[in-house]
Write a protein that binds this ligand. Sequence first.
Ligand SMILES: Cc1cc2nc3c(=O)[nH]c(=O)nc-3n(C[C@H](O)[C@H](O)[C@H](O)COP(=O)(O)O)c2cc1C
Length: 139
Amino acid sequence: MNKVAVIFWSGTGNTEAMAAAVADGAKAAGAEAALLTCAEVNDISAYDAVALGCPAMGAEELEESEFLPMLEGIEPALPGKKVALFGSYGWGDGEWMRTWEARCAEKGIALAAASVTANEAPDDDALAACRALGAALTK
Ligand SMILES: Cc1cc2nc3c(=O)[nH]c(=O)nc-3n(C[C@H](O)[C@H](O)[C@H](O)COP(=O)(O)O)c2cc1C
């Protein structure tokens, strides 16, 4: 069975709600999905696909105390896997996600689906997009 890791950081629950929807979408499409916080990530070699979720923090940056160190640890293992990004933002225009996508390209990480962003709490459309992202990672 296809194994999907959904790894997220969330301060106030918005990206966490998106992560749960990504995992639901992957399971509904027939995959085995693991919903993991940064601290729960160790060896990702067991997974065929990885969905990564982090809100816009700092000044259009990824969260730097837990998410970024975890990301730096797993990035060398991501090229060749199915990878997709998601996360919530507030007052910005999504710049953090564009910067994150460029970072993936620099590291040879091809994205398997369009990134999903939500302004603050994900609405029904954003949750549906998250479920579709999870499903896309199972193919
Ligand atoms: C310390 C901090 C920095 C933030 N920086 C940005 C930012 O640069 N751009 C932006 O659009 N939103 C920013 N936000 C807003 C969050 O991205 C937004 O509230 C998001 O929904 C939080 O997601 P979460 O509930 O998963 O933590 C920031 C929030 C905090 C607490």
